[in-house]
Structure formats: structure tokens, C-alpha cells
Design a protein around this ligand. Structure first.
Ligand code: ADP
Ligand code: MG
Length: 378
């Protein structure tokens, strides 16, 4: 297996913040990056060597990226798997189409996890009204009805507590769905793992995540869990990466129940919002890993340098007035990351804050205090 040296070009399908942070890591190491994104001046394009403006399903635009690249990577899983598989006949695409097919469909994803021996909540497919009744029988209530494809940040899902609520939710969604048992979790965790072309695997210390309105709000690591649970989470991450023969970075979102059991919720075959702390707090960030593994290099050390936490900065922060940057900048231990998005719409991820501290809780308090200062709430 040959490692592509600095000066080689990485094609990046996707122009959002994950692509941006991967691009920064790749360019730091001397690689060139060409992005593909429909919006001129997207977050990744701002820091890339070159942007092709085009849709991800536009064969000409994709061919233009391939022609300029030595290897291709992607920052999100909702690309046409067929298109990615076609691209794979021309040059290496990491991760490849097979991984995408599984990760972009919640039914395939849950079945895959179950089949490789990773525990998941009871689930059933819902393709029509009749199947919904059957699924309710099988899964039980309360449950969550989710669209099988294209859901993100809690979009396209309803918690349902009665059969009537389930029918109403299905009538509102009206696409192929998955019904899952609502897990009464004690904590939400995630584990990030990188796997290289030689099959070597590096796992990160699991993070503990808090969501607000279905969107990740804060992450801290180490999670407040025992060594055994942390080890089990890392083993799940490694097993998933191995079973997918992934070449890339992958996150597994997990529920920890009061009884100490881990259930996998979903996988994301790319750097993940719950791993942004790894930029400051790990020997090898998840973005460096994405770049390293993409160019055929080996995985690196994932030692946690210090407990860390991140808090997302959503567009809502801009609703009343411009955030109070001077207040934040007066807290130099809190690291500011802004993604270069022009329009701060509510619910849109604009950036994040990271702090390192003596404990994960102290780090979390620090980023929350910094965010409150930005809002003028402190
Ligand atoms: N089966 C479930 N039981 C309990 N909570 C759930 C379940 N499914 C989803 N959630 C909650 O909703 C959040 C978003 O759901 P998820 O399946 O991760 O979709 P998305 O792709 O939008 O992130 C989860 O992080 C969790 O807080
Ligand atoms: Mg999720």
C-alpha cells in the first residue's frame, strides 16, 4: 500500500464544517485539497486550495474533482452511494460506497449493528400503515418513529407514546420509517474510531454528550463512566470499524442505560460533532486522522492530553444581536472555532468552543460560562 506524500491532492465531497476542519488538518501537513459543494465559498472551500462549485450528484462536477485528486474523501453520508461506487472505479474513495449504503439508512444500519453483535434497541421497519401496526406489536411503546433516510440533528423523528400518536407521526412523515423502542438512557455517549488501509485501529476516549432539541449541545471527555464501560464502548467502535472494513473515521453514538448496558444508536462514517475536543485535547485530532487515513497513512496516538469539553454555537446566538466576542476573547483558555457560515440561521451550527480543565465537568462549566458571556447572560 503506498502512502500519498505531501503535495498530493485530496478531493473533499462536501463543504461544511467537518470538511473545513479536515481540510485545515490536511493542509497543515502539506496536502492540497479540492472541495465540491453547491455553495460558492462554503466553510471548507474558504480554506481549501480550490473549490468546484456543483451538486454532489452532478456527474460532471464529481468527475472534475476526481480529475484533480489523488484520493477522495467525504464529510457526510448522504451522498449517492451509487455515485461513490462509480468514483471508486477511478481512484480510492475513503470511506467507500458500501459504508455509505449502511450508514445512510437507519434500517440497514440497525440490522448491520445487530448482525455484528452490537446491542441495539428493539426496532422494526415501517413501510406502510399495516407494517406500523405490526411494528408497534414488535417494538412496544413508548417508541421513536424516524425516517429511514436523510434524518439528521433530530429532524424527521417523533417520540410516540400511544398507537394514535404513532399513526399521526407516520401520517406526517409518509416515507419509509424505522420504529425504535425509546431507550430510557442514563447518559448518551459516543466513541470515535479511526481505521487505516492496513486495518489498524485507533479508538478515542468516549465522550459524554448532551443534546438540546435533538441537536448536540455539549460533549465532554472522559465521560463520567467506569473503566469497564469506556472499554466496552471502545470495543464496540473497533468492532464496527472492522466489520465495515472502514478506511476513515467513524463515530458510534451510544446509550448507556441505568443497568450499565450500552446500546448503539447510530453510526456516522466521518469525523463527528462529539469529537471536536480532539483538536486541542488529543495527540491526533479526528480531523488529522481523517486526513492521514485518507492519504493511506497509519493511525496515530489518541491519548487524551487533558479532560475537555465543547459547546456548540448555534445560529440562535445571533438572534438578538452580534455575540459579545470581546467577552469571549477575554477568556483565552476557551478556544473559539467559527466555521465561516455567512448566515446565522436558528438551529444552524456556526461554530464551537473548547476548554481543557482538571475535570470534564470543570471543562464543561467553562465552555458554558464562555457561551453565556457571548450571549451577555452572565
Ligand atoms: N431510540 C431512542 N431512545 C431514546 N432516545 C433517542 C432514541 N433515538 C433517538 N433518540 C434521541 O434523539 C437524538 C437524535 O437521534 P438520532 O437517532 O441520533 O438522529 P440524528 O441522526 O438526528 O442524530 C439522540 O441523540 C437521542 O437523544
Ligand atoms: Mg445522532
Amino acid at each position: 500500500m503506498t502512502v500519498l506524500g505531501p503535495g498530493s491532492t485530496i478531493g473533499m465531497l462536501g463543504g461544511g464544517q467537518l470538511g473545513r476542519m479536515t481540510t485545515i488538518a490536511a493542509r497543515q501537513m502539506g496536502y492540497r485539497v479540492v472541495t465540491l459543494d453547491p455553495t460558492p465559498g462554503s466553510p471548507a472551500a474558504q480554506v481549501a486550495d480550490e473549490q468546484i462549485v456543483g451538486r454532489y450528484d452532478d456527474p460532471q462536477a464529481v468527475a472534475a474533482v476526481a480529475a484533480k485528486s489523488d484520493v477522495v474523501t467525504l464529510e457526510f453520508e448522504n451522498l449517492s452511494a451509487k455515485m461513490v461506487e462509480r468514483l471508486e472505479t477511478l481512484l480510492p474513495v475513503r470511506p467507500g460506497g458500501r459504508v455509505l449504503r449502511i450508514a445512510q439508512n437507519r434500517l440497514l444500519e440497525k440490522a448491520f449493528l445487530r448482525d455484528v453483535g452490537v446491542p441495539v434497541a428493539p426496532f422494526a421497519p415501517v413501510h406502510d400503515k399495516h407494517a406500523l401496526a405490526e411494528a408497534l406489536q414488535q417494538v412496544g411503546l413508548p417508541a421513536v418513529l424516524k425516517t429511514a433516510t436523510m434524518g439528521y440533528d433530530g429532524k424527521g423523528q417523533y417520540v410516540v407514546r400511544t398507537a394514535e400518536e404513532a399513526q399521526a407521526a407516520y401520517a406526517a412523515l409518509r416515507v419509509d420509517c424505522i420504529l425504535e423502542r425509546l431507550v430510557p438512557f442514563e447518559r448518551e455517549l459516543s466513541v470515535i474510531v479511526a481505521r487505516d488501509v492496513m486495518g489498524r485501529i485507533a479508538t478515542y476516549e468516549p465522550a459524554e454528550n448532551v443534546h438540546a432539541a435533538g441537536i448536540l449541545d455539549t460533549s465532554m471527555t472522559p465521560a463520567r463512566i467506569g473503566q469497564d464501560v469506556a472499554q466496552a464502548a471502545r470495543e464496540i467502535g473497533a468492532r464496527v470499524a472492522e466489520s465495515l472494513e472502514l478506511v476513515g473515521v467513524l463515530a458510534v453514538e451510544l446509550f448507556l442505560t441505568a443497568g450499565g448496558a450500552l446500546l448503539a444508536n447510530e453510526i456516522a462514517p466521518r469525523p463527528h460533532n462529539s469529537g471536536h475536543w480532539s483538536i486541542e485535547a488529543s495527540m491526533t485530532s479526528q480531523f488529522e486522522h481523517q486526513a492521514r487515513v485518507t492519504i493511506g497513512g497509519p493511525v496515530g496516538p489518541t491519548d487524551l492530553l487533558r479532560p475537555a469539553a465543547t459547546a456548540n454555537l448555534m445560529g440562535d446566538l445571533w438572534a438578538a444581536e452580534e455575540p459579545q466576542w470581546d467577552r469571549l476573547l477575554a477568556m483565552p483558555d476557551v478556544k473559539l472555532h467559527l466555521y465561516g457560515k455567512a448566515e446565522p440561521r436558528p438551529g444552524r451550527k456556526m461554530g464551537h468552543l473548547t476548554a481543557l480543565a482538571a475535570s470534564p465537568v470543570a471543562a464543561r462549566e467553562r465552555v458554558l460560562a464562555a457561551r453565556a458571556a457571548l450571549e451577555g447572560r452572565d
